[in-house]
Design a binder for this molecule. Structure first.
Ligand SMILES: Cc1cc2nc3c(=O)[nH]c(=O)nc-3n(C[C@H](O)[C@H](O)[C@H](O)COP(=O)(O)OP(=O)(O)OC[C@H]3O[C@@H](n4cnc5c(N)ncnc54)[C@H](O)[C@@H]3O)c2cc1C
Length: 409
């Protein structure tokens, strides 16, 4: 076969896989349905880890801004909580275009071939073994390993027969604003409120006059969703309410969907592996996928090299990628936050979705909040939560049980 690996998609997962696989000397073909590497790397807020996976320095041109503190705030009551750098570590805004071009250029210089306007339709199977893909309805590309990095609605996943038993999606929009006034460029905001619904808005400055304003929302139930104002309206209303944003211009709009229920149970098969959103490799509570996708692509590429060297692409051999990935700290953080997200969404189906967020903002200390967001809260933290937030935990528990009774799992 002319290629060792086919990568479907050029989001952060696909670019990371392609960059690393080609670096290992694998003949790499990348198929992307759009006309160029995409703008789907929403490098809104990342930590040092992402920079390490990208192999770029904090002072380099690939980093658009650096924050000294993050504020969580209710847009309804103004209650807020400040998480500073001593707790959070460093937080950065990536320069998305430069980062994507960097990964593509590295892959190309390692010999990878990129084919744009190439929409993958289906995997090609010989018996149970995936041996390539069909794309643009009539084209065929063959390789012993196919990496499905084609996002939340992955064709590779669907046509390989992978199951997504618990697929909880967060829908998001992001405005790039220009012409803002007197913005403190070092402070980023997470914003909650009743119009936001089960999710959050974010305001990440790029400079004193430019910010990224975004919103992500999980549809906890059809009724809750229908009763909420459209997400873009919520952002526009918020812009009007702040002097700094009142006269800002919307320079661009992006949107997307992020899975936030944890990693799917099985994401490998004979000759095929999923990576990134397609596998649910996204930190659930904050919907952060950039770091986890870069990491997963790196792990997959190492295994692609092993498989190529041993010429073994059997289901058992590809599964080694899943096994090793699931042992990593990032994977266990995703699983922990995924469980939390399910409990909260089930709770919100039968209760006021804002109640929990308001309680958290009014009572939780910054360290605990940070531990929960990052998915590595200690036993001691959970014990404190149980005592301090027993009423809320009990309500979530009851809501969860009720929703199980009504909807099943
Ligand atoms: C509004 C918003 C804000 C976000 N903010 C952050 C943030 O601040 N920090 C963070 O870490 N994460 C953030 N995320 C999440 C992060 O962007 C995603 O988790 C990440 O982009 C997923 O990467 P991926 O490569 O798996 O998939 P995607 O980025 O979805 O890329 C999939 C790629 O596959 C291509 N494709 C799809 N179908 C096909 C097909 N059939 N054939 C060929 N190509 C195909 C698509 O065009 C795309 O290029 C945000 C997401 C959204 C929507």
């Amino acid at each position: 076969m002319p290629f060792d690996i086919i990568v479907a998609g050029t989001g952060p997962a696909g670019l990371s896989t392609a960059e690393r696989a080609s670096e290992h000397g694998l003949k790499t073909l990348v198929l992307e349905r759009r006309a160029s590497v995409t703008d789907s790397l929403m490098g809104e807020l990342v930590t040092d880890k992402a920079l390490r996976f990208l192999r770029v320095k904090p002072t380099s041109e690939y980093v658009g801004n650096k924050y000294t503190s993050i504020v969580g705030e209710s847009i309804d009551t103004g209650a807020n909580i400040v998480v500073d750098r001593t707790l959070l570590g460093n937080s950065y805004l990536l320069d998305e275009d430069k980062c994507q071009n960097l990964m593509r250029d590295r892959a190309v210089s390692n010999g990878a071939e990129f084919r744009y306007k190439s929409r993958v339709d289906s995997v090609v199977k010989e018996g149970a073994q995936v041996v390539g893909v069909t794309y643009n309805q009539s084209e065929v590309a063959r390789a012993p390993l196919t990496a499905g990095a084609d996002g939340s609605f992955s064709r590779v996943s669907e046509t390989s027969g992978f199951k997504k038993p618990k697929w909880l999606l967060s829908y998001g929009y992001r405005f790039k604003l220009e012409g803002c006034k007197d913005i403190d460029p070092k402070v980023a905001y997470f914003l909650v409120g009743k119009d936001v619904g089960l999710g959050y808005m974010w305001l990440y400055p790029r400079s004193e006059s430019e910010v990224n304003l975004g919103i992500g929302r999980v549809p906890s139930s059809q009724d809750n969703w229908d009763n909420l104002p459209p997400m873009r309206d919520v952002m526009k209303k918020y812009m009007k309410s702040r002097d700094e944003l009142k006269n800002a211009r919307i320079a661009s709009v992006n949107g997307g969907v992020v899975p936030c229920a944890g990693i799917i149970p099985k994401f490998t098969g004979a000759g095929v592996a999923l990576v990134g959103n397609a596998a649910g490799q996204v930190s659930s509570i904050v919907g952060g996928g950039v770091t986890t996708c870069l990491h997963a692509g790196k792990v997959l590429a190492q295994h692609a090299k092993r498989m190529t060297d041993s010429n073994d692409f059997s289901a058992k051999s590809v599964q080694q990628y899943q096994k090793e990935y699931m042992k990593t700290k990032l994977a266990s953080n995703i699983q922990n936050t995924g469980k939390g997200m399910w409990a909260v969404s089930k709770y919100a189906m039968l209760n006021d979705p804002m109640a929990a967020a308001e309680v958290v903002l009014e009572n939780l200390d910054a360290q605990t909040l940070n531990e929960l967001i990052q998915g590595h809260a200690s036993v001691a933290t959970y014990m404190t939560l149980l005592t301090d937030f027993l009423p809320m935990v009990a309500r979530i528990g009851i809501g969860y049980l009720k929703s199980l009774a009504v909807n099943g799992l």
